[in-house]
Design a protein around this ligand. Structure first.
Ligand code: COA
Length: 259
C-alpha cells in the first residue's frame, strides 16, 4: 500500500510506522490519521507481524497535534465528524492484536499526545514533551485525551494538564506513569525493538488476550473479570499452551506457533 503522509517498514516482524510531515512537526491531518489506521489494520491478520512501533519523522516531533490549519474553519458538524473519525483511529490502535509502542521522539501535543496514549506503551526520548494544549485554542481534546489521560495519570493530574495546557518533559511524564521508559534519541528505536523482541518470543494468542483484557478494564460494556475466566480456560485448548508447558517441563525454550 502506498501512503502519502506515513512511511512503513518491516524489520523481522516489527512494523515501524513513521508519521512523515516533518516540516509541519508531523501534525495529524485527517489523511495522516486515516493512513495510520490503515497501516495498523493492514497487519492485524498477518501472522508474521509481531509488533508495531509508531514514531514521527525527524528529531523534533512525534506529532505536534491535530492539524490546526485544516480544522480552523470547521463547522459544528465537521467537528463532530473529525472527533468521531479520530476516535476510530485511536480505537484501532488500542485494540490492535499486535502490541503497539509509541516511540515518542519530541513534541507529543494535543492529538499527538492522544495518539501516543492510544498505543499500548510509550517510550520517550529525553527531548520529548507531552501536553494537551487545546484549551489555548478555545478547544478540548477530541481524540479521547480526556479519557486516556485520566486512565494513565489519574484524574487530579489529568485535569491539571487538561486545564492549564502545560507541557511536561519526558522524565515528569515517566514519573506520572504516562511513559514507560526514557532514553536518548539514539536509543529510542532500539529500546522499542528490544521490548518487542522480548514480546515476540511469547505466545501470540496470549499477547492478544492480555491486550484485550486490559482494554476491557476501561470498557463500560465489557467485563474483564468474566472475560479473563473465559480466555484463561480457552488457553488450555491451544497448541501454544501445550508447547509452553512441555518446554518448561523439558527444560527447553518454547517455540510458539500462534495456535
Ligand atoms: N497543526 C498545524 N501545523 C502545525 C502544528 C499543528 N498542530 N504544529 C506545528 N505546526 C507547523 C507550524 O505551523 C509551522 O509551519 P510553517 O513552517 O509552515 O509555518 C511548523 O509546523 C513548525 O512549527 P513552529 O511553530 O514554527 O515550531 P516551533 O519550534 O516554533 O514551535 C510548537 C513548536 C510545538 C511549540 C508549536 O508548533 C505549537 O505550539 N504547535 C501547536 C501545538 C498545539 O496546539 N497542538 C494541539 C492542536 S489541537
Amino acid at each position: 500500500m502506498n501512503f502519502e503522509n506515513i512511511l512503513t517498514s518491516n524489520n523481522n516482524g516489527v512494523v515501524t510506522i513513521t508519521i512523515n510531515r516533518e516540516s509541519k512537526l508531523n501534525a495529524l491531518n485527517i489523511k495522516t490519521l486515516q493512513e495510520i489506521k490503515q497501516a495498523v489494520n493492514d497487519v492485524q491478520e498477518d501472522k508474521s507481524v509481531l509488533g508495531i512501533i509508531l514514531t514521527g519523522a525527524g528529531s523534533k516531533a512525534f506529532a505536534a497535534g491535530a492539524d490546526i490549519a485544516e480544522f480552523s474553519n470547521f463547522s459544528v458538524d465537521q467537528g463532530v465528524e473529525m472527533s468521531d473519525a479520530g476516535h476510530q483511529v485511536m480505537n484501532a490502535i488500542e485494540n490492535s492484536k499486535k502490541p503497539v509502542i509509541a516511540a515518542v521522539n519530541g513534541f507529543a501535543l494535543g492529538g499527538g499526545c492522544e495518539l501516543a496514549m492510544a498505543c499500548h506503551m510509550r517510550v520517550a526520548s529525553e527531548n520529548a514533551r507531552f501536553g494537551q494544549p487545546e484549551v489555548n485554542l478555545g478547544l478540548i481534546p477530541g481524540y479521547a485525551g480526556t479519557q486516556r489521560l485520566v486512565q494513565l495519570v489519574g484524574k487530579g493530574k489529568a485535569l491539571e494538564l487538561l486545564m492549564t495546557g502545560d507541557a511536561i518533559n519526558a522524565h515528569e511524564a515517566k514519573s506520572l506513569g504516562l511513559v514507560n521508559h526514557v532514553v536518548t534519541l539514539e536509543e529510542l528505536l532500539p529500546k522499542c525493538n528490544e521490548i518487542l523482541d522480548k514480546i515476540k518470543t511469547k505466545a501470540p494468542l496470549a499477547i492478544e488476550s492480555v491486550i484485550r483484557l486490559a482494554n476491557d478494564y476501561y470498557a463500560k460494556d465489557r467485563n474483564g473479570y468474566t472475560n479473563e475466566i473465559r480466555d484463561f480456560g480457552n488457553f488450555f485448548g491451544t497448541k501454544d499452551f501445550k508447547e509452553g508447558v512441555s518446554a518448561f517441563l523439558e527444560k527447553r525454550k518454547p517455540g510458539f506457533s500462534g495456535e
